[in-house]
Design a protein around this ligand. Structure first.
Ligand code: HEM
Ligand SMILES: [Fe+2]
Length: 593
Protein backbone atom coordinates (compact mmCIF):
# COMPACT_ATOMS: atom_id res chain seq x y z
CA UNK A 1 0.00 0.00 0.00
CA UNK A 2 2.84 2.45 0.75
CA UNK A 3 4.92 1.96 -2.37
CA UNK A 4 2.89 0.03 -4.95
CA UNK A 5 1.09 1.82 -7.76
CA UNK A 6 -1.29 -0.93 -8.86
CA UNK A 7 -5.00 -0.31 -8.89
CA UNK A 8 -5.98 -2.09 -5.69
CA UNK A 9 -3.19 -0.41 -3.69
CA UNK A 10 -4.27 2.96 -5.00
CA UNK A 11 -7.86 2.24 -4.08
CA UNK A 12 -6.80 1.30 -0.55
CA UNK A 13 -4.86 4.54 -0.28
CA UNK A 14 -7.87 6.50 -1.36
CA UNK A 15 -10.00 4.78 1.24
CA UNK A 16 -7.51 5.46 4.02
CA UNK A 17 -7.06 9.10 2.91
CA UNK A 18 -3.37 8.55 2.14
CA UNK A 19 -2.17 11.07 -0.43
CA UNK A 20 -1.96 9.30 -3.79
CA UNK A 21 1.04 11.33 -4.86
CA UNK A 22 3.39 10.69 -1.98
CA UNK A 23 5.34 7.47 -1.86
CA UNK A 24 7.53 6.19 0.93
CA UNK A 25 11.03 5.28 -0.10
CA UNK A 26 12.08 1.66 0.05
CA UNK A 27 13.84 1.96 3.40
CA UNK A 28 11.03 3.86 5.14
CA UNK A 29 8.45 1.40 3.88
CA UNK A 30 10.57 -1.47 5.18
CA UNK A 31 10.94 0.13 8.62
CA UNK A 32 7.25 0.89 8.83
CA UNK A 33 6.25 -2.67 7.99
CA UNK A 34 8.88 -3.96 10.41
CA UNK A 35 7.18 -1.90 13.12
CA UNK A 36 3.77 -3.35 12.23
CA UNK A 37 5.32 -6.79 12.26
CA UNK A 38 6.76 -6.23 15.73
CA UNK A 39 3.43 -4.98 17.14
CA UNK A 40 1.69 -8.03 15.65
CA UNK A 41 4.31 -10.24 17.26
CA UNK A 42 3.81 -8.59 20.68
CA UNK A 43 0.04 -8.95 20.35
CA UNK A 44 0.10 -12.72 19.79
CA UNK A 45 3.22 -13.95 21.60
CA UNK A 46 2.65 -15.26 25.11
CA UNK A 47 4.75 -13.81 27.92
CA UNK A 48 7.32 -16.22 29.33
CA UNK A 49 5.61 -18.75 31.65
CA UNK A 50 2.21 -17.17 31.13
CA UNK A 51 -0.85 -17.80 29.02
CA UNK A 52 -1.54 -14.23 27.93
CA UNK A 53 0.29 -12.30 25.24
CA UNK A 54 2.43 -9.19 25.86
CA UNK A 55 -0.62 -7.05 25.10
CA UNK A 56 -2.86 -9.12 27.41
CA UNK A 57 -4.36 -10.77 24.33
CA UNK A 58 -5.41 -7.44 22.83
CA UNK A 59 -6.49 -6.97 19.99
CA UNK A 60 -9.49 -9.27 19.65
CA UNK A 61 -8.91 -11.82 16.90
CA UNK A 62 -10.04 -15.41 17.56
CA UNK A 63 -8.17 -16.68 14.48
CA UNK A 64 -4.82 -16.10 16.21
CA UNK A 65 -6.14 -17.06 19.64
CA UNK A 66 -6.61 -13.48 20.90
CA UNK A 67 -9.68 -13.68 23.09
CA UNK A 68 -10.27 -11.87 26.41
CA UNK A 69 -8.49 -13.45 29.35
CA UNK A 70 -10.22 -14.26 32.64
CA UNK A 71 -8.62 -11.28 34.42
CA UNK A 72 -9.99 -8.87 31.82
CA UNK A 73 -13.52 -9.97 32.64
CA UNK A 74 -12.95 -10.23 36.41
CA UNK A 75 -11.52 -6.73 36.78
CA UNK A 76 -14.31 -5.33 34.65
CA UNK A 77 -16.92 -6.76 37.00
CA UNK A 78 -15.04 -5.44 40.00
CA UNK A 79 -14.74 -1.99 38.43
CA UNK A 80 -18.51 -1.80 37.92
CA UNK A 81 -18.99 -2.81 41.53
CA UNK A 82 -16.56 -0.07 42.63
CA UNK A 83 -18.46 2.51 40.64
CA UNK A 84 -21.83 1.56 42.10
CA UNK A 85 -20.41 1.44 45.62
CA UNK A 86 -18.77 4.83 45.09
CA UNK A 87 -22.02 6.38 43.86
CA UNK A 88 -23.86 4.90 46.83
CA UNK A 89 -21.33 6.40 49.19
CA UNK A 90 -21.29 9.85 47.60
CA UNK A 91 -25.07 10.12 47.50
CA UNK A 92 -25.16 9.30 51.20
CA UNK A 93 -22.42 11.84 51.88
CA UNK A 94 -24.16 14.57 49.88
CA UNK A 95 -27.49 13.85 51.50
CA UNK A 96 -25.85 14.24 54.90
CA UNK A 97 -23.83 17.35 54.03
CA UNK A 98 -26.17 19.12 51.71
CA UNK A 99 -28.32 20.84 54.27
CA UNK A 100 -25.20 22.07 56.04
CA UNK A 101 -23.67 23.35 52.81
CA UNK A 102 -26.85 25.04 51.75
CA UNK A 103 -27.33 26.76 55.05
CA UNK A 104 -23.77 28.01 55.10
CA UNK A 105 -23.56 28.81 51.43
CA UNK A 106 -24.64 32.42 51.93
CA UNK A 107 -21.64 34.68 52.69
CA UNK A 108 -21.28 35.77 56.33
CA UNK A 109 -22.53 39.29 55.55
CA UNK A 110 -25.27 38.17 53.19
CA UNK A 111 -25.26 38.12 49.38
CA UNK A 112 -23.53 41.07 47.74
CA UNK A 113 -26.02 43.72 46.76
CA UNK A 114 -23.89 45.10 43.99
CA UNK A 115 -21.97 43.65 41.06
CA UNK A 116 -18.32 44.04 42.04
CA UNK A 117 -17.35 44.49 38.41
CA UNK A 118 -19.16 47.81 38.11
CA UNK A 119 -16.74 49.43 40.54
CA UNK A 120 -13.69 47.32 39.82
CA UNK A 121 -10.50 48.89 38.56
CA UNK A 122 -9.12 47.19 35.46
CA UNK A 123 -5.34 47.29 35.73
CA UNK A 124 -3.05 47.63 32.66
CA UNK A 125 -2.01 43.96 32.82
CA UNK A 126 -5.64 42.87 33.02
CA UNK A 127 -6.42 44.97 29.97
CA UNK A 128 -3.45 43.40 28.17
CA UNK A 129 -5.14 39.99 28.31
CA UNK A 130 -7.74 41.14 25.74
CA UNK A 131 -5.58 40.04 22.83
CA UNK A 132 -5.36 36.52 24.26
CA UNK A 133 -9.12 36.29 23.85
CA UNK A 134 -9.00 37.42 20.22
CA UNK A 135 -6.51 34.66 19.58
CA UNK A 136 -8.63 32.12 21.47
CA UNK A 137 -11.56 33.01 19.22
CA UNK A 138 -9.49 32.78 16.04
CA UNK A 139 -7.94 29.43 17.01
CA UNK A 140 -11.35 28.05 17.91
CA UNK A 141 -12.73 28.97 14.48
CA UNK A 142 -9.70 27.45 12.71
CA UNK A 143 -9.94 24.29 14.81
CA UNK A 144 -13.55 23.73 13.78
CA UNK A 145 -12.77 24.31 10.07
CA UNK A 146 -9.93 21.79 10.23
CA UNK A 147 -12.22 19.34 12.00
CA UNK A 148 -14.75 19.57 9.23
CA UNK A 149 -12.05 18.88 6.63
CA UNK A 150 -10.66 15.96 8.64
CA UNK A 151 -14.12 14.41 9.00
CA UNK A 152 -14.75 14.90 5.31
CA UNK A 153 -11.70 12.81 4.43
CA UNK A 154 -13.56 9.86 5.92
CA UNK A 155 -15.93 9.86 2.97
CA UNK A 156 -13.99 11.56 0.18
CA UNK A 157 -10.50 10.21 0.70
CA UNK A 158 -8.58 12.68 -1.46
CA UNK A 159 -10.09 16.11 -1.18
CA UNK A 160 -12.93 18.44 -0.49
CA UNK A 161 -15.67 18.20 -3.12
CA UNK A 162 -13.11 17.58 -5.84
CA UNK A 163 -10.53 20.15 -4.70
CA UNK A 164 -7.20 18.29 -4.48
CA UNK A 165 -6.76 19.43 -0.91
CA UNK A 166 -4.84 16.36 0.12
CA UNK A 167 -1.65 17.51 -1.60
CA UNK A 168 -1.52 20.63 0.59
CA UNK A 169 -3.37 19.65 3.72
CA UNK A 170 -3.31 15.87 4.01
CA UNK A 171 -5.35 14.13 6.69
CA UNK A 172 -2.28 13.70 8.90
CA UNK A 173 -1.86 17.50 9.01
CA UNK A 174 -5.50 18.47 9.46
CA UNK A 175 -5.91 15.94 12.23
CA UNK A 176 -2.71 17.01 13.99
CA UNK A 177 -3.66 20.68 13.85
CA UNK A 178 -7.25 19.95 14.84
CA UNK A 179 -6.26 18.07 18.02
CA UNK A 180 -3.33 20.40 18.87
CA UNK A 181 -5.60 23.42 18.52
CA UNK A 182 -8.17 21.97 20.89
CA UNK A 183 -5.54 22.01 23.62
CA UNK A 184 -4.01 25.31 22.53
CA UNK A 185 -7.11 27.49 22.45
CA UNK A 186 -8.53 26.03 25.64
CA UNK A 187 -5.24 26.47 27.47
CA UNK A 188 -4.85 30.00 26.10
CA UNK A 189 -8.31 30.90 27.44
CA UNK A 190 -7.34 29.56 30.85
CA UNK A 191 -3.94 31.19 30.89
CA UNK A 192 -5.54 34.52 30.05
CA UNK A 193 -8.16 34.01 32.76
CA UNK A 194 -5.44 33.31 35.32
CA UNK A 195 -3.58 36.47 34.29
CA UNK A 196 -6.78 38.48 34.41
CA UNK A 197 -7.89 37.15 37.77
CA UNK A 198 -4.64 37.40 39.71
CA UNK A 199 -4.58 41.23 40.08
CA UNK A 200 -8.37 41.25 40.35
CA UNK A 201 -8.39 38.89 43.33
CA UNK A 202 -5.62 40.69 45.17
CA UNK A 203 -6.37 44.24 44.02
CA UNK A 204 -2.65 44.66 43.39
CA UNK A 205 -0.79 45.22 40.11
CA UNK A 206 2.80 43.99 40.36
CA UNK A 207 5.54 45.95 38.63
CA UNK A 208 6.19 45.06 34.97
CA UNK A 209 3.21 42.71 35.03
CA UNK A 210 1.89 44.10 31.75
CA UNK A 211 5.26 43.52 30.11
CA UNK A 212 5.20 39.90 31.31
CA UNK A 213 1.67 39.38 29.97
CA UNK A 214 2.65 40.81 26.57
CA UNK A 215 5.88 38.84 26.43
CA UNK A 216 4.07 35.59 27.17
CA UNK A 217 1.50 36.40 24.51
CA UNK A 218 4.09 36.76 21.77
CA UNK A 219 5.85 33.61 22.91
CA UNK A 220 2.60 31.66 22.68
CA UNK A 221 1.95 33.00 19.19
CA UNK A 222 5.43 32.01 18.13
CA UNK A 223 4.93 28.51 19.54
CA UNK A 224 1.65 28.01 17.68
CA UNK A 225 3.00 29.28 14.36
CA UNK A 226 6.43 27.63 14.72
CA UNK A 227 5.19 24.22 15.79
CA UNK A 228 2.46 24.16 13.14
CA UNK A 229 4.92 25.08 10.42
CA UNK A 230 7.22 22.29 11.65
CA UNK A 231 4.40 19.77 11.54
CA UNK A 232 3.47 20.75 8.02
CA UNK A 233 7.09 20.62 6.82
CA UNK A 234 7.59 17.24 8.51
CA UNK A 235 4.55 15.76 6.82
CA UNK A 236 5.75 17.00 3.46
CA UNK A 237 9.12 15.32 3.87
CA UNK A 238 11.30 18.39 4.43
CA UNK A 239 13.19 16.81 7.33
CA UNK A 240 15.46 14.03 6.08
CA UNK A 241 17.24 13.95 9.39
CA UNK A 242 14.92 12.34 11.94
CA UNK A 243 16.64 14.04 14.86
CA UNK A 244 15.87 17.44 13.39
CA UNK A 245 12.34 16.19 12.83
CA UNK A 246 12.05 15.22 16.50
CA UNK A 247 13.20 18.66 17.62
CA UNK A 248 11.44 20.90 15.12
CA UNK A 249 9.00 18.78 13.14
CA UNK A 250 6.40 16.24 14.20
CA UNK A 251 6.91 13.76 17.04
CA UNK A 252 4.00 11.65 15.81
CA UNK A 253 2.43 11.33 19.27
CA UNK A 254 -1.16 12.47 19.54
CA UNK A 255 -1.73 15.67 21.56
CA UNK A 256 2.01 16.09 21.95
CA UNK A 257 2.78 16.19 18.28
CA UNK A 258 4.85 19.37 18.37
CA UNK A 259 8.64 19.22 18.03
CA UNK A 260 10.67 18.92 21.23
CA UNK A 261 12.04 22.45 20.90
CA UNK A 262 8.51 23.89 20.87
CA UNK A 263 7.51 21.58 23.68
CA UNK A 264 10.30 22.92 25.89
CA UNK A 265 9.43 26.46 24.89
CA UNK A 266 5.79 25.86 25.84
CA UNK A 267 6.85 24.39 29.17
CA UNK A 268 8.94 27.50 29.89
CA UNK A 269 5.94 29.61 28.84
CA UNK A 270 3.73 27.77 31.33
CA UNK A 271 6.29 28.31 34.10
CA UNK A 272 6.42 31.99 33.22
CA UNK A 273 2.62 32.03 33.45
CA UNK A 274 2.80 30.44 36.91
CA UNK A 275 5.25 33.15 38.01
CA UNK A 276 3.05 35.94 36.64
CA UNK A 277 -0.08 34.58 38.31
CA UNK A 278 1.73 34.04 41.62
CA UNK A 279 3.09 37.59 41.58
CA UNK A 280 -0.43 38.86 41.18
CA UNK A 281 -2.01 36.57 43.75
CA UNK A 282 0.65 36.91 46.43
CA UNK A 283 -0.89 39.78 48.42
CA UNK A 284 -4.24 37.94 48.49
CA UNK A 285 -2.52 34.99 50.13
CA UNK A 286 -1.77 37.14 53.18
CA UNK A 287 -5.46 37.86 53.73
CA UNK A 288 -6.76 36.04 56.75
CA UNK A 289 -10.24 35.21 55.55
CA UNK A 290 -9.53 33.81 52.10
CA UNK A 291 -5.85 32.83 52.41
CA UNK A 292 -6.45 29.09 52.25
CA UNK A 293 -8.79 29.44 49.29
CA UNK A 294 -6.13 31.37 47.36
CA UNK A 295 -3.57 28.81 48.45
CA UNK A 296 -5.59 26.07 46.72
CA UNK A 297 -5.88 28.16 43.56
CA UNK A 298 -2.12 28.65 43.65
CA UNK A 299 -1.55 24.93 44.11
CA UNK A 300 -3.66 24.03 41.09
CA UNK A 301 -1.96 26.77 39.05
CA UNK A 302 1.48 25.36 39.87
CA UNK A 303 0.32 21.83 39.03
CA UNK A 304 -0.92 22.91 35.61
CA UNK A 305 2.48 24.41 34.90
CA UNK A 306 4.58 21.57 36.23
CA UNK A 307 2.65 18.57 34.94
CA UNK A 308 3.19 19.49 31.34
CA UNK A 309 6.85 18.80 32.10
CA UNK A 310 6.06 15.05 32.19
CA UNK A 311 5.95 15.31 28.41
CA UNK A 312 9.70 15.90 28.45
CA UNK A 313 10.44 12.57 30.10
CA UNK A 314 10.92 10.66 26.85
CA UNK A 315 13.56 11.06 24.21
CA UNK A 316 13.69 10.45 20.51
CA UNK A 317 14.57 6.76 20.90
CA UNK A 318 12.53 5.88 23.99
CA UNK A 319 10.58 2.63 23.77
CA UNK A 320 6.98 3.24 22.72
CA UNK A 321 5.55 1.66 25.91
CA UNK A 322 7.59 3.99 28.13
CA UNK A 323 6.72 6.96 25.95
CA UNK A 324 3.02 6.09 26.23
CA UNK A 325 3.33 6.01 30.00
CA UNK A 326 4.59 9.60 30.14
CA UNK A 327 2.32 10.82 27.38
CA UNK A 328 -0.66 9.79 29.47
CA UNK A 329 0.72 11.71 32.39
CA UNK A 330 0.19 14.76 30.26
CA UNK A 331 -3.03 13.80 28.50
CA UNK A 332 -4.78 12.03 31.37
CA UNK A 333 -3.38 13.44 34.61
CA UNK A 334 -3.57 16.94 33.26
CA UNK A 335 -7.16 16.74 32.06
CA UNK A 336 -8.83 14.24 34.34
CA UNK A 337 -7.02 15.33 37.48
CA UNK A 338 -5.57 18.80 37.62
CA UNK A 339 -7.92 20.49 35.15
CA UNK A 340 -10.95 19.32 37.14
CA UNK A 341 -9.40 20.71 40.32
CA UNK A 342 -8.47 23.99 38.64
CA UNK A 343 -12.00 24.28 37.23
CA UNK A 344 -13.58 23.82 40.66
CA UNK A 345 -11.06 26.15 42.31
CA UNK A 346 -11.46 28.99 39.83
CA UNK A 347 -15.27 28.87 39.66
CA UNK A 348 -15.64 28.71 43.45
CA UNK A 349 -13.21 31.59 43.92
CA UNK A 350 -15.14 33.71 41.43
CA UNK A 351 -18.33 33.04 43.37
CA UNK A 352 -16.64 34.01 46.63
CA UNK A 353 -15.22 37.22 45.20
CA UNK A 354 -18.57 38.16 43.79
CA UNK A 355 -20.07 37.81 47.22
CA UNK A 356 -22.20 34.82 46.34
CA UNK A 357 -20.57 32.05 48.32
CA UNK A 358 -19.05 31.78 51.75
CA UNK A 359 -15.27 31.29 51.83
CA UNK A 360 -15.37 28.31 54.16
CA UNK A 361 -17.85 26.41 51.97
CA UNK A 362 -15.82 27.16 48.84
CA UNK A 363 -12.60 26.00 50.49
CA UNK A 364 -14.21 22.76 51.63
CA UNK A 365 -15.66 22.18 48.16
CA UNK A 366 -12.26 22.61 46.49
CA UNK A 367 -10.54 20.34 48.99
CA UNK A 368 -13.24 17.73 48.52
CA UNK A 369 -12.90 17.96 44.72
CA UNK A 370 -9.11 17.72 44.93
CA UNK A 371 -9.21 14.61 47.07
CA UNK A 372 -11.90 12.88 45.10
CA UNK A 373 -10.52 13.66 41.63
CA UNK A 374 -6.98 12.74 42.54
CA UNK A 375 -7.90 9.51 44.36
CA UNK A 376 -9.44 8.15 41.16
CA UNK A 377 -7.42 10.14 38.67
CA UNK A 378 -3.84 9.33 39.62
CA UNK A 379 -3.96 5.54 39.48
CA UNK A 380 -6.80 5.81 36.97
CA UNK A 381 -4.11 6.81 34.45
CA UNK A 382 -3.54 3.10 34.05
CA UNK A 383 -6.79 2.74 32.10
CA UNK A 384 -4.68 3.89 29.15
CA UNK A 385 -2.16 1.13 29.75
CA UNK A 386 -4.19 -2.04 29.82
CA UNK A 387 -2.61 -3.29 26.60
CA UNK A 388 0.78 -1.65 26.45
CA UNK A 389 2.81 -4.55 27.83
CA UNK A 390 2.01 -3.94 31.49
CA UNK A 391 1.48 -6.62 34.18
CA UNK A 392 -2.11 -7.58 35.09
CA UNK A 393 -1.81 -5.56 38.33
CA UNK A 394 -1.75 -2.39 36.23
CA UNK A 395 -4.94 -3.48 34.52
CA UNK A 396 -6.51 -4.16 37.95
CA UNK A 397 -5.49 -0.81 39.44
CA UNK A 398 -6.43 1.10 36.30
CA UNK A 399 -9.87 -0.48 36.08
CA UNK A 400 -10.81 -0.01 39.75
CA UNK A 401 -9.44 3.48 40.33
CA UNK A 402 -10.64 4.96 37.06
CA UNK A 403 -14.15 3.70 37.90
CA UNK A 404 -13.92 5.99 40.94
CA UNK A 405 -13.27 8.98 38.65
CA UNK A 406 -16.81 8.64 37.40
CA UNK A 407 -18.31 8.83 40.91
CA UNK A 408 -18.21 12.64 41.40
CA UNK A 409 -19.43 13.15 37.83
CA UNK A 410 -22.68 11.36 38.58
CA UNK A 411 -23.69 13.88 41.24
CA UNK A 412 -22.94 17.16 39.45
CA UNK A 413 -26.70 17.68 39.51
CA UNK A 414 -26.33 18.79 43.14
CA UNK A 415 -23.88 21.46 42.10
CA UNK A 416 -25.99 22.58 39.15
CA UNK A 417 -28.97 22.92 41.45
CA UNK A 418 -27.16 25.03 44.03
CA UNK A 419 -25.67 27.28 41.30
CA UNK A 420 -29.12 27.91 39.90
CA UNK A 421 -30.43 28.68 43.39
CA UNK A 422 -27.76 31.33 43.83
CA UNK A 423 -28.47 32.79 40.43
CA UNK A 424 -32.04 33.57 41.38
CA UNK A 425 -31.09 35.31 44.61
CA UNK A 426 -30.06 38.66 43.25
CA UNK A 427 -31.07 41.10 40.57
CA UNK A 428 -27.58 41.95 39.22
CA UNK A 429 -26.89 38.30 38.58
CA UNK A 430 -28.53 38.53 35.21
CA UNK A 431 -25.39 40.29 33.95
CA UNK A 432 -23.76 36.91 34.30
CA UNK A 433 -26.51 34.81 32.83
CA UNK A 434 -24.47 33.51 29.88
CA UNK A 435 -21.17 32.90 31.66
CA UNK A 436 -23.17 30.98 34.26
CA UNK A 437 -24.99 29.04 31.54
CA UNK A 438 -21.63 27.98 30.13
CA UNK A 439 -20.59 26.86 33.61
CA UNK A 440 -23.79 24.79 33.84
CA UNK A 441 -23.01 23.25 30.45
CA UNK A 442 -19.64 22.22 31.93
CA UNK A 443 -21.50 20.23 34.58
CA UNK A 444 -23.90 18.61 32.12
CA UNK A 445 -21.14 17.53 29.74
CA UNK A 446 -18.98 16.38 32.61
CA UNK A 447 -21.70 13.91 33.39
CA UNK A 448 -22.48 12.87 29.80
CA UNK A 449 -19.13 13.23 28.03
CA UNK A 450 -16.68 12.30 30.76
CA UNK A 451 -18.90 10.20 33.03
CA UNK A 452 -21.17 8.21 30.72
CA UNK A 453 -19.15 8.14 27.49
CA UNK A 454 -15.90 7.74 29.47
CA UNK A 455 -17.21 4.80 31.44
CA UNK A 456 -18.66 3.20 28.32
CA UNK A 457 -15.11 2.55 27.10
CA UNK A 458 -13.47 2.18 30.49
CA UNK A 459 -13.89 -1.36 31.88
CA UNK A 460 -11.13 -3.59 30.46
CA UNK A 461 -13.62 -5.87 28.70
CA UNK A 462 -15.10 -2.85 26.98
CA UNK A 463 -11.83 -1.23 25.95
CA UNK A 464 -10.61 -4.63 24.80
CA UNK A 465 -13.04 -4.41 21.89
CA UNK A 466 -13.46 -0.63 21.65
CA UNK A 467 -10.03 0.96 21.99
CA UNK A 468 -9.52 3.53 19.26
CA UNK A 469 -12.96 3.14 17.69
CA UNK A 470 -15.39 6.02 17.24
CA UNK A 471 -16.60 5.47 20.79
CA UNK A 472 -13.33 7.20 21.72
CA UNK A 473 -13.92 10.12 19.35
CA UNK A 474 -17.41 10.35 20.81
CA UNK A 475 -16.03 10.53 24.35
CA UNK A 476 -13.20 12.89 23.43
CA UNK A 477 -15.47 15.46 21.75
CA UNK A 478 -18.12 15.42 24.45
CA UNK A 479 -15.57 15.57 27.28
CA UNK A 480 -12.85 17.82 25.91
CA UNK A 481 -15.05 20.41 24.24
CA UNK A 482 -18.08 19.79 26.44
CA UNK A 483 -16.21 20.26 29.69
CA UNK A 484 -13.05 22.27 29.16
CA UNK A 485 -14.08 24.06 25.98
CA UNK A 486 -17.32 25.25 27.56
CA UNK A 487 -15.38 26.25 30.66
CA UNK A 488 -12.90 28.20 28.53
CA UNK A 489 -15.76 30.07 26.83
CA UNK A 490 -17.52 30.74 30.15
CA UNK A 491 -14.34 32.07 31.74
CA UNK A 492 -13.66 34.19 28.68
CA UNK A 493 -17.12 35.79 28.90
CA UNK A 494 -16.45 36.44 32.53
CA UNK A 495 -13.26 38.32 31.72
CA UNK A 496 -14.97 40.18 28.85
CA UNK A 497 -17.43 41.47 31.44
CA UNK A 498 -14.59 43.70 32.65
CA UNK A 499 -12.78 44.21 29.35
CA UNK A 500 -15.80 45.37 27.35
CA UNK A 501 -18.98 47.29 28.08
CA UNK A 502 -21.72 44.86 29.01
CA UNK A 503 -24.42 47.35 28.01
CA UNK A 504 -23.36 46.86 24.40
CA UNK A 505 -23.28 43.09 24.56
CA UNK A 506 -25.32 41.41 21.89
CA UNK A 507 -27.18 38.98 24.15
CA UNK A 508 -28.95 37.45 21.17
CA UNK A 509 -25.69 36.32 19.62
CA UNK A 510 -24.70 34.75 22.91
CA UNK A 511 -28.00 32.97 23.13
CA UNK A 512 -27.67 31.62 19.58
CA UNK A 513 -24.10 30.63 20.25
CA UNK A 514 -24.79 28.86 23.52
CA UNK A 515 -27.68 26.80 22.25
CA UNK A 516 -26.11 26.00 18.88
CA UNK A 517 -22.91 24.81 20.50
CA UNK A 518 -24.77 22.58 22.93
CA UNK A 519 -27.38 21.24 20.52
CA UNK A 520 -24.73 20.83 17.79
CA UNK A 521 -22.46 18.88 20.11
CA UNK A 522 -25.35 16.69 21.26
CA UNK A 523 -26.31 15.96 17.63
CA UNK A 524 -22.69 15.26 16.68
CA UNK A 525 -22.33 12.72 19.47
CA UNK A 526 -25.77 11.10 19.63
CA UNK A 527 -26.59 11.04 15.90
CA UNK A 528 -23.18 10.26 14.45
CA UNK A 529 -20.18 9.48 16.63
CA UNK A 530 -21.90 7.25 19.19
CA UNK A 531 -23.84 5.18 16.62
CA UNK A 532 -20.66 4.89 14.50
CA UNK A 533 -18.77 3.72 17.56
CA UNK A 534 -21.43 1.23 18.60
CA UNK A 535 -21.71 -0.20 15.09
CA UNK A 536 -17.93 -0.59 15.00
CA UNK A 537 -18.01 -2.14 18.47
CA UNK A 538 -20.53 -4.70 17.25
CA UNK A 539 -18.25 -5.60 14.34
CA UNK A 540 -15.22 -5.78 16.61
CA UNK A 541 -16.98 -8.11 19.08
CA UNK A 542 -18.68 -10.28 16.47
CA UNK A 543 -15.74 -10.60 14.07
CA UNK A 544 -12.37 -9.15 15.10
CA UNK A 545 -10.93 -5.79 16.07
CA UNK A 546 -9.10 -4.97 12.84
CA UNK A 547 -12.27 -5.64 10.86
CA UNK A 548 -14.00 -2.73 12.63
CA UNK A 549 -11.32 -0.37 11.35
CA UNK A 550 -10.83 -1.86 7.90
CA UNK A 551 -11.43 0.13 4.72
CA UNK A 552 -14.05 -2.42 3.77
CA UNK A 553 -16.07 -1.79 6.94
CA UNK A 554 -15.44 1.94 7.23
CA UNK A 555 -16.70 2.47 3.69
CA UNK A 556 -19.75 0.30 4.07
CA UNK A 557 -23.05 2.04 3.38
CA UNK A 558 -24.02 2.20 7.06
CA UNK A 559 -20.73 3.72 8.19
CA UNK A 560 -20.61 6.27 5.38
CA UNK A 561 -24.21 7.15 6.12
CA UNK A 562 -23.36 7.71 9.76
CA UNK A 563 -20.42 9.93 8.82
CA UNK A 564 -22.80 12.01 6.70
CA UNK A 565 -25.19 12.12 9.65
CA UNK A 566 -22.64 14.42 11.25
CA UNK A 567 -23.44 17.18 8.82
CA UNK A 568 -26.60 18.65 10.44
CA UNK A 569 -25.00 18.67 13.88
CA UNK A 570 -21.74 20.09 12.53
CA UNK A 571 -23.62 22.89 10.78
CA UNK A 572 -25.50 23.85 13.93
CA UNK A 573 -22.28 23.67 15.93
CA UNK A 574 -20.52 25.90 13.39
CA UNK A 575 -23.34 28.45 13.67
CA UNK A 576 -22.55 28.52 17.39
CA UNK A 577 -18.85 29.05 16.74
CA UNK A 578 -19.40 31.89 14.31
CA UNK A 579 -22.02 33.52 16.51
CA UNK A 580 -19.50 33.44 19.35
CA UNK A 581 -16.79 34.95 17.16
CA UNK A 582 -19.20 37.67 16.00
CA UNK A 583 -20.13 38.40 19.58
CA UNK A 584 -16.49 38.82 20.61
CA UNK A 585 -15.78 41.03 17.60
CA UNK A 586 -18.76 43.26 18.29
CA UNK A 587 -18.09 43.48 22.01
CA UNK A 588 -14.54 44.75 21.43
CA UNK A 589 -15.50 46.93 18.49
CA UNK A 590 -18.20 48.75 20.44
CA UNK A 591 -15.68 49.18 23.22
CA UNK A 592 -13.18 51.03 21.05
CA UNK A 593 -15.84 53.24 19.45
C1 HEM B 1 -13.33 15.96 31.32
C2 HEM B 1 -12.61 14.88 31.47
C3 HEM B 1 -12.06 14.09 30.33
C4 HEM B 1 -11.51 14.52 29.14
C5 HEM B 1 -11.31 15.95 28.68
C6 HEM B 1 -11.13 13.35 28.40
C7 HEM B 1 -10.55 13.36 27.14
C8 HEM B 1 -10.10 12.26 26.46
C9 HEM B 1 -9.46 12.28 25.16
C10 HEM B 1 -9.17 13.53 24.35
C11 HEM B 1 -9.16 11.00 24.82
C12 HEM B 1 -8.49 10.52 23.53
C13 HEM B 1 -7.03 10.41 23.71
C14 HEM B 1 -6.30 9.80 22.52
O1 HEM B 1 -6.92 9.09 21.71
O2 HEM B 1 -5.09 10.03 22.39
C15 HEM B 1 -9.61 10.14 25.91
C16 HEM B 1 -9.47 8.78 25.95
C17 HEM B 1 -9.97 7.97 26.96
N1 HEM B 1 -10.71 8.38 28.06
FE1 HEM B 1 -11.11 10.28 28.59
N2 HEM B 1 -11.44 12.23 29.13
C18 HEM B 1 -12.04 12.64 30.31
C19 HEM B 1 -12.53 11.85 31.31
C20 HEM B 1 -12.56 10.46 31.28
C21 HEM B 1 -13.16 9.62 32.30
C22 HEM B 1 -13.86 10.12 33.55
C23 HEM B 1 -12.98 8.32 31.89
C24 HEM B 1 -13.42 7.05 32.54
C25 HEM B 1 -13.23 6.81 33.79
C26 HEM B 1 -12.22 8.35 30.65
C27 HEM B 1 -11.79 7.23 29.95
C28 HEM B 1 -11.04 7.27 28.79
C29 HEM B 1 -10.48 6.10 28.16
C30 HEM B 1 -10.60 4.65 28.65
C31 HEM B 1 -9.81 6.53 27.01
C32 HEM B 1 -9.01 5.68 26.01
C33 HEM B 1 -9.81 5.35 24.81
C34 HEM B 1 -8.97 4.75 23.71
O3 HEM B 1 -7.75 4.74 23.81
O4 HEM B 1 -9.57 4.29 22.72
N3 HEM B 1 -12.00 9.66 30.30
N4 HEM B 1 -10.19 10.94 26.89
FE1 LIG C 1 -7.92 8.92 31.08
Amino acid sequence: MFTAKDESSLKLRKDYAFPLNSVLNEQDARQLTAFFCWTAWAAVTNRPNDDVSYTSNWAHDPLVGNTPSASILMWSLISILMLLAGIGWIVWYYARQFDVWREHQEPAHGYAQEDMMTTMHITPSMRATAKYFWVVTALFVIQVLLGIIAAHYAVEGQGLYGLPLIDYLPYAVTRTWHTQLSILWIVTAWLATGLYFAPMLSGHEPKYQRFGVNFLFFSLLLIVVGSFAGEWLARHGFFDDLTINFWFGHQGYEYIDLGRFWQIYLFIGLLLWVVLVLRGLWPALQEKASGSLIFLVILSTISIGLLYGAGLMWGQHTHISIMEYWRWWVVHLWVEGIFEVFATAIISTIFVRMGLLRVSVATTMILFATIIFLVGGVLGTFHHMYWSGTPISVLALGATFSALEVVPLMVVGFEAYSHSKIEHEIEWEKNYHWPFMFFSAVLVWNMIGAGLFGFLINPPISLYYLQGLNTTANHAHAALFGVYGMLGLGLMLFCLRGLTDINHWNQNLLKISFWSLNIGLAMMTFLSLLPQGLWQAYASIKHYYAFARSAEFMHSAVMEGLVWARVPGDIIFSVGVFAFAMFVYQAFKKQTN
